[in-house]
Design a binder for this molecule. Structure first.
Ligand code: BV8
Ligand code: ZN
Length: 243
């Protein structure tokens, strides 16, 4: 009897174009807190107070305190077998696109290159006056960091709730979802839009859909294959013994 993981492995091997959507669950085994799980960030903090443009306009120091705390925490974490397996998959598949909602930068550290960070990156900061963007791995940016070029107030280089995603990045993500033959949806609760709709885009493009998660999600019924378990255990199994 063919197991689900073997049929997914076969589908991946026969696919010339693959797209993967990841969420906080792929960084969970690195010790990066997720958003909506038991110890999720949004359990202890109100996203509307900390991850919206209104919150930043109201109290930029508080928002920077939140992001400096997360930079301090994430800065001590390294990538885990899930990140590394996805970097390996990129090397094995001719046309591979990794679309991530995560802002922790761990996919880049693991070696992923065909990467779309659709919610931005916590290590980037953008000037609210001249738009200049910098990459800075210092854990603490201070609570009112300013632009070296124009002294404008810097903001975290992430996409907040109520903000549109970068149109070019979103276009590339939609194109990858439309064209792929297989889409993996890994470690996301599939509640945040428009990311969660990428699975529908792939489905309507005729792709085989597989979900890897500890629990079912609102998109589980859309999937051809649902693998329940840890991303850090299932993804390496998919690439083991590939050739
Ligand atoms: C926008 C960056 C246009 C900041 C984030 C349509 C319908 C309904 C609502 C909306 C809609 N369109 C827009 C909205 C509003 C909103 C939205 O989707 N709200 C939801 C919550 C209802 N969307 C937006 O505002 C987006 N903008 O659409 O622009 C627009 C413009 C103006 C007005 C309206 C619309 C922007 C969304 C981006 C927000 N920014 N992050 C920061 O991080 O600080 S979102 C945040 O959630 C993170 O990026 C995170 O990645 C993302 C999604 O969460 P997940 O990654 O899924 O994490 P979560 O904790 O939820 O789940 C973890 C999963 O992993 C779980 O399923 C768990 O079981 C699993 N897991 C855990 N451990 C493991 C595991 N799986 C495997 N292995 C493990 N070991
Ligand atoms: Zn500036």
């Amino acid at each position: 009897m063919e197991t689900s993981i073997n049929s997914l492995k076969k589908a991946l091997k026969n696919a010339d174009r693959v797209a993967v959507l990841t969420g906080a669950g792929v960084s969970a085994e690195s010790g990066v807190p997720t958003f909506r799980g038991a110890d999720g960030l949004w359990k202890n903090y109100r996203a509307t107070d900390l991850a919206t443009p209104e919150a930043f306009a109201r109290n930029p120091e508080l928002v920077w305190e939140f992001y400096n705390w997360r930079r301090e925490l994430i800065g001590q974490k390294t990538c885990n077998p899930a990140h590394r397996a996805l970097a390996e998959l990129e090397r094995l598949i001719p046309d591979f696109t990794l679309i991530t909602q995560n802002v922790d930068g761990l996919h880049l550290l693991a070696g992923s290159r065909h990467l779309l960070e659709i919610h931005g990156n916590i290590w980037r900061a953008r000037c609210t006056r001249c738009g200049r963007e910098t990459l800075d791995r210092a854990p603490d940016m201070g609570n009112r960091p300013t632009c070296a070029a124009c002294c404008g107030l810097l903001r975290p280089g992430v996409v907040w709730f109520g903000e549109s995603l970068d149109p070019e990045i979103l276009r590339q993500a939609l194109e990858a979802a439309e064209r792929c033959r297989v889409m993996l949806v890994v470690g996301t609760s599939s509640v945040v839009q428009p990311a969660a709709s990428l699975a529908y885009t792939a489905k309507s493009g005729g792709a085989l859909l597989a979900e890897i998660n500890l629990a079912r999600t609102p998109n589980s019924d859309l999937m051809d294959i649902v693998l329940m378990g840890k991303a850090g255990e299932i993804l390496p199994e998919l690439v083991d013994g590939w050739t």
